[in-house]
Structure formats: C-alpha cells, structure tokens
Write a protein that binds this ligand. Structure first.
Ligand code: ADP
Length: 606
C-alpha cells in the first residue's frame, strides 16, 4: 500500500486529526513512562554508587585505623611508680629490642630523657636520646649516634603529655611517619619520651587492594594533604591535595559519607568523578574513594540509550500504524464524499462500495438506498415532464391552427377589436408551444432519449437557411446579420439538431440585442474541428452569469432582460446537442458590449 504523506494539506484534515491523536495517545504515555523509569533508575543508581563507595571506605578506614591503633597501642607506655625518674637504661634497651622485634612496621624506636630546664627565664623541656634500636642498629645504638631532640616539635609535644604523629615523608623503604609518645608515671607525669619511625608500607598494602568498578580508585592523604597511598600506582603524585575542595573539607575533619557526602567534581587527575571520603581522626588523615563518572554511570547510560532506542522504535511504529489507521477511517468517508458530489451533480448510477464491516459500511448502504430513491424520483419527474409536454403539444398546436384559420377569415369576417385579442392569444400560444417543445427536448435529453444521427454535411447551408428564416425578425429590430461563408470543410452533425442549435444561438443574438445592432457569423478551422462564432453587439453577459449560462432554467435577471421572455432551457439543450455531436460550446462576453457564442464540431473525413 502506498501512503500519501500530505499530513499538512487541508484536504486531509480528518486524517491529520486521527493521525496526531493516535500518535499522541500511543507515544505520550510511553515518553512519560520512559522518563519516569529513567529518573528512578538514575536515583537508585546514585544510591548504589554511594553505597558501594561507602562500603569500601568503611572497610578501608577500619583497616587503616586498625594499623594506626596497633602502632599507638605500642607507644602508650605507662609505669606504675610515682617517682619522676626516667626508666632505667637496661629496661629501655630491653623494651626497644622487644618493640622492634614484634613490630615489623617500626623502623626505629628510641627513648629520650626529658629534663625541665630554665633557658632565658623560661622553663622548657630538653632531651637527648638515651637508647635507640633500629633496623640499622638491631642490637642498640651507641652513645655517639644519640641525638638531641630538644628542638623537635615531636619531642616538645610528647613532653607536654600529648602523642605526636608527623607528616608523611618518603624514603626508599616506603612512606614513613614519625611518632612521639610520652611515658607517664602513676601521677601522669612525663618521665620519658618514646619516639619511633613507622614504615607505612602496610597502609599502602591496605589501599592497594582496593577496587571500584572498572576504573574507580582509593587514596589516603596525611594531614598536610600529601599522598600516603594510592590504589593505582600510576596515579601516585607528591603534591599536596590540600587545595582540592573535597580533600580540604575532609582534612578539616568534616566527615563525608553516604548520599549527602557523595560529590561529583573534577578529580586532581582531570576527569569527572563521583567521590566519597572519610576522616581518620587519630592521625588527621583523609581516605577518599573516586569513581570516574563515565564508568560509574555506565549502567545508567546503557539503560538510557536502550530507553531512547526503544521509544524511537515505538514512535516510528506508531507513526506508521497511525497513518494506516487514519487511512482506513478516512478512505470510506472520502468514498462517501465523492458519492455525494456525484449525486449533487445529478449522477445517480454509481453506487458507493464500502466494505469495512462496521457502521460506516451501514452508512454506505443507507447512502446507496437514498441514491436509488433519488434516481427513481428523478426518473418519475422526467417521465412526468415528458408525458405532460407530449400531451400538451397536440392541443397547443391545434389552438395555433384554429386561431390562424380564424385570423385568415376562413370562418368568416373578424372584427378589428377581436383580431387584436386573437393576435395576442396567438403570441402567448406561440410561447407556450416553445416552452412545451423545450421541455420535451430537455426530458428527452435527461432520459438519454436525445437521438442524434450524425452525417457529413455542409454547415453553410444550415446557417444560410436559419439566417433567412430569422431575417424578418432581425429586420424588425434593425439588426444586420453578416455571414462570412468562406470555403469551409464539412462537419459531422445531425442536420435537424444543428438547425435547432443555430436557431437558438442566432435567435438569442437577435433577442438580446436591444435597438439596432449587428450579428456576425464566421467559421474557423482548429485542429480537427470547425468552430462557428456567432458574435452579437447586444447587452452582453456578466462573468458571474457566464458560469451558470448553460444550466437548466438559468436566466440572467437584470433590468435589461426583465421584459424579454424565455424559458432558460435553450442554451442547456444546445449544449446537450453539441456535446452529443462530440463538440464543445463556450461564450466570451462583456456586459454592455456584446457576446460571442462559439461551438466546435468535428470535421468530416472525406
Ligand atoms: P432563454 O429562453 O431565457 O433565452 P437561454 O438558455 O437561451 O434561455 O439563455 C439563457 C440566458 O442567457 C438568457 O436568459 C439570457 O439572459 C442569456 N443569453 C443568452 N444568449 C445571450 C446573448 N446572445 N446575449 C446576452 N445574453 C444572452
């Protein structure tokens, strides 16, 4: 089936309405549903991402905290005596030796004595190492490598009773931090400071084993924003993250967990990520998980693309289905419409054929019944007109004959007064005869009984006969008839009917010329036809009236035509005859300037 896509043409209005309505009804809910589905998917997906990141961060925070607690636990030394003297040297060596053996993360451990001294009137703690064990000195260092730690921040903080952890620093052994812890007596007084260098490779291992989807990663920052560990070695950089907004918030101690804590931003490595993080308060560290948005949203974008593709397919299917539906509904209506047009033109023969099996089919059948009824009515009317006209013809002709005989004096002398009246009756009777003849002719034509017997004939003979018959009439009105009868070919026509045509047209030319004037009759050969022009200098016909001129009973109603009698059937009959003889008739006219009636007839092949 070929579809005509004239959606926007006015001629297809109903079709357009049905089309748009069906598309709207079928595609509208789909778009709303698709949108809702996508919206909820997106929402759940965000929860999912947050959940996955939170789990990872919680787990790793716990592991890192465990590592830290182990270290700190070791450094929390307390003696149960109340004396403020430092731990005995032999004990110091023993403790350090044990600590180093049991803690692989401990690279170095040392005891520092703390003495309060007055320097420039201010009491400050001073201290020098008193015992030191390290991987380099597994059996303890000698006095000459002991360093004075008085000026170190780590020592000063521990001397005041607070545990100290330093920033991360990088060595060949891995990232390290310094830690310093007070050794307290039973009165909570600081009797020694215990310092240590801790290797953070263990923390690195915790972080390295972390994964998020295909490309997500985890990293750990110290309190200055420097990287302690990163799950992707290629991303390890030695710059501070402190200025990065997400890390800087975390390092201030703001917990960033869960949906509220999840953020989308540009990572330090330059790609959009979904990030979540936590703050490890013991050391002031931050742990951050970042998942590249492209990867994290992969499921959503795949589903979104599928929803769009599916909607598109449904939309195209709906368009085709709607066109099909609209056509199915509109087609029978169009058939009915053209049926009504035919009926309005008086054509009752063709029935409409609708096979939709629904109310429209019933309507089509009802329409056919109505057409059949109208056809019967038309036939009855034609029959009536034909019979009436036929029956009237004999009495009106008889009246004419008898009145002529009375006027001839056949039945005796007629007084002057009576003659005048009889002549009036004769004129009226003549009009009646004309009307009866016209009606009979119309009835014949309507019923298809207009018999035409075409032969090859010389039209000039016919014109000359009619002109001579009508000359007394034209002379009466002082109208000159000019006929240029040059050499013309013969035409195929019915001689009686052609005469009727000429009488009508030349008669009209005389009738519709008021006062004196001129009628010119001429011929012209065009293609296979002979065209006859009858040009008058009469009252002319308006453009509006020209359109209806050849219709049954049409008469131009103007001031000028008011007193001219007629039936309005002449031109209708002329047209029927000409068309039956395979010719055409037309008029060119201008009001007040005269008219030219022209008709064509096929040239006879000699
Ligand atoms: P009628 O019996 O009224 O003459 P016709 O069918 O012959 O009927 O003509 C129809 C109408 O056309 C006339 O009433 C008249 O107004 C107009 N008409 C016909 N021929 C001419 C003409 N030659 N000049 C002007 N008007 C004409």
């Amino acid at each position: 089936m070929i579809y005509n896509f004239d959606f926007f043409k006015l001629s297809g209005r109903l079709r357009n309405k049905i089309f748009f309505m069906t598309v709207f009804v079928s595609v509208g809910p789909l778009i709303i549903l698709g949108f809702l589905a996508f919206y909820s998917l997106n929402l759940f997906h965000r929860f999912d991402i947050a959940g996955i990141e939170d789990n990872l961060i919680n787990q790793k925070t716990e592991e890192v905290s465990g590592f830290i607690n182990n270290i700190i636990g070791v450094f929390e030394l307390r003696v149960d005596y109340e004396l403020s003297s430092p731990i005995a040297s032999s004990s110091q060596n023993f403790i350090l030796n044990e600590l180093l053996k049991s803690n692989p993360a401990l690279e170095e451990a040392a005891f520092v004595n703390t003495i309060s001294e007055e320097i420039n009137g201010e009491r400050i703690a001073v201290g020098k190492e008193t015992a030191k064990y390290s991987k380099t000195y597994p059996n303890g260092a000698s006095d000459d490598v002991f360093i004075n730690k008085s000026k170190l921040e780590s020592f000063q903080q521990a001397a005041t009773g607070k545990i100290y952890s330093g920033p991360v620093y990088y060595t060949l052994k891995g990232p390290m931090i310094s830690i310093a812890s007070p050794v307290l007596n039973a009165n909570n007084a600081v009797i020694n400071v215990l310092t240590g260098e801790i290797n953070l490779s263990g923390v690195q291992k915790i972080i390295q084993n972390s994964r998020l989807g295909n490309s997500g990663y985890l990293y750990l920052l110290d309190y200055d924003g420097f990287l302690i560990a990163h799950s992707q070695a290629s991303k390890a950089i030695k710059t501070s993250f402190k200025s990065q907004f997400f890390a800087s918030d975390l390092l201030k101690g703001e917990k960033k967990l869960g949906i509220g804590g999840q953020a989308r931003y540009q990572s330090v490595w330059g790609e959009p990520v979904v990030g979540a993080g936590d703050y490890i308060s013991k050391f002031g560290w931050a742990i951050i998980a970042e998942w590249p948005a492209n990867d994290a949203d992969l499921i959503v974008s795949t589903v979104r693309n599928q929803i769009i593709l599916f909607s598109l397919i449904v939309f195209i299917a709906a368009v085709f289905a709607s066109v099909f539906l609209a056509d199915r509904i509109v087609k029978p209506i169009k058939i009915l419409e053209s049926g009504t047009k035919r009926v309005s033109q008086g054509k009752f023969d063709q029935l409409v054929e609708i096979k939709t099996g629904d109310e429209i089919e019933d309507l089509g059948e009802a329409f056919n019944k109505m057409t059949a009824g109208l056809k019967r009515l038309e036939e009855l009317k034609e029959e009536f007109v034909f019979i009436a006209a036929h029956e009237l013809r004999t009495p009106v002709s008889a009246i004419k004959g008898y009145l002529s005989m009375v006027l001839d004096g056949t039945v005796g002398p007629v007084s002057q007064g009576a003659r005048k009246f009889i002549e009036e009756v004769l004129v009226a009777n003549q009009r009646l005869i004309q009307l009866v003849n016209d009606l009979l002719q119309v009835a014949r034509s309507d019923a298809g009984r207009l018999t035409i017997d075409v032969v090859s004939l010389d039209i000039r003979e016919q014109v000359k006969t009619v002109v001579s018959e009508l000359t007394p009439l034209s002379n009466e009105k002082n109208i000159k008839i000019i006929y240029q009868s040059a050499d013309v070919p013969g035409v195929m026509a019915d001689s009686v009917r052609l005469k009727e045509v000429l009488v009508n047209l030349i008669g009209n030319a005389i009738k519709y010329t008021i006062g004196s004037g001129e009628i010119a009759i001429s011929h012209e050969v065009k293609a296979q036809n002979l065209i006859t022009h009858i040009k008058d200098s009469g009252i002319g016909i308006s453009t509006e009236a020209q359109k209806k001129l050849f219709e049954k009973f049409y008469r131009v109603q103007t001031e000028k035509t008011r007193d001219i009698t007629g039936t309005g059937l002449g031109l209708f009959i002329v047209k029927q005859i000409i068309e039956k003889m395979n010719g055409k008739i037309w008029v060119e006219s201008e009001e007040g300037k005269g008219s030219t009636f022209s008709f064509s007839l096929p040239i006879a092949i000699s």
